[in-house]
Ligand binder design. Structure first.
Ligand SMILES: *Cc1c(COP(=O)(O)O)cnc(C)c1O
Length: 335
């Protein structure tokens, strides 16, 4: 395990806090939050943990340029651009979406970190443009390393396998927990979080097995079908396990994903996300983002209202970051 290349720039362990006012309001189970919006790199978020492994691999392979892609307001691309800047690498980003003449939020930050942005209107063109950009960088001698969408390769997923180890360690030492009662009490029965490209999900599922987490890991889909997530996440977790020394075969049936809350489509703000962002802000002083954590929390809130969780259970909502998007032109006045 010690031989896996890894850089250490994330602020770890991230704190765990309790959300008692939200719990009371919903008359539901105990809710904890794991603050991966505080991972430290350029406003933080879940991609930082993956990038510790991805950038280490890139540097080990002699790469000079990180290339990645995503939506115009991609958190992953913002954090990739920041990591590139930190390690003196070039960064090229292929982003799909409608470019405005006033770049805002994540896109503004990409540029601040010195990334070259190639904007394309049509998402369908993204794979092709990313490949072309990569091939051109090879030809130009820029030694590119392709950071996959969302950082979700087996290497990136390792970030969340070790995040699970971190959580287990925190559960053993309750003084880490900054709660009202300053003790953890019961164990965590559920981990709930937003899942999209599957790397976070795969890492948590792998970490659950390797480090013996007894609760359940439930991903709320941001934009993918349940079927795709189960098959993709189990495959990714199996591949990532090889890097820990021995392949573990994960079945899709072992992966829990709920795709009931993503029907509006990626990045489309509905009343449900708006309510979740508002409740977290007004009851806990905690910021969610409009695309990922807003949707994941909306799913969690709906499941609590439906009585899906038992009242004496503890849910740990894994906050994956993304708040800069609150300031994107697209969302700023709609939250
Ligand atoms: C990327 C992202 C996710 C989804 O993580 P995946 O590993 O791609 O499934 C969740 N929340 C935020 C804020 C993100 O930026």
């Amino acid at each position: 395990m010690n031989t896996i290349p890894r850089l250490h720039f994330a602020h770890l362990p991230t704190p765990i806090e309790e959300l008692p006012r939200l719990s009371d309001l919903l008359a539901g189970p105990r809710i904890l939050v794991k603050r991966d919006d505080q991972t430290g790199l350029a406003f933080g978020g879940n991609k930082t943990r993956k990038l510790e492994f991805l950038v280490a691999e890139a540097i080990e392979q002699g790469a000079k340029t990180l290339i990645s892609g995503g939506a115009l307001q991609s958190n992953h691309c913002r954090q990739t651009a920041a990591a590139a800047a930190k390690y003196g690498l070039d960064c090229v980003l292929v982003l799909n979406g409608e470019m405005s003449d006033k770049p805002s939020a994540n896109l503004l930050l990409d540029q601040l970190f010195g990334a070259e942005v190639i904007a394309i209107p049509d998402r369908k063109e993204r794979d092709r443009m990313l490949q072309e950009t990569f091939d051109k960088a090879v030809t130009d001698g820029r030694k590119p390393y392709l950071v996959p969408y969302g950082g979700s390769s087996p290497t990136g997923a390792l970030g969340y396998a070790f995040a699970m180890e971190e959580l287990m360690e925190q559960m053993r030492t309750p003084s880490f927990l900054k709660t009202r009662s300053s003790e953890l009490g019961g164990l965590v029965d559920w981990i709930v979080f937003g899942t999209s490209s599957g790397g976070t999900h795969a890492g948590l599922v792998l970490g659950q097995r390797v480090f013996g987490f007894k609760g359940k890991v439930l991903g709320i889909s941001i934009d993918e079908s349940e079927e795709w997530l189960k098959s993709h996440v189990s495959k990714l977790a199996s591949e990532a396990s090889e890097r820990l020394g021995e392949r573990i075969e994960f079945e899709s049936a072992e992966v829990s994903a709920n795709a009931d809350y993503c029907k509006a489509g990626y990045g489309v703000l509905t009343e449900a996300e708006r309510e979740a962002v508002n409740l977290f802000a007004k009851y806990e002083g905690l910021l969610l983002d409009p695309v990922y954590t807003g949707r994941a929390a909306a799913g969690m809130i709906d499941l609590i209202r439906k009585g899906f969780f038992k009242k004496d259970e503890t849910i740990l909502f894994w906050h994956t970051g993304g708040q800069p998007a609150l300031f994107a032109e697209k969302y700023a006045n709609k939250i």
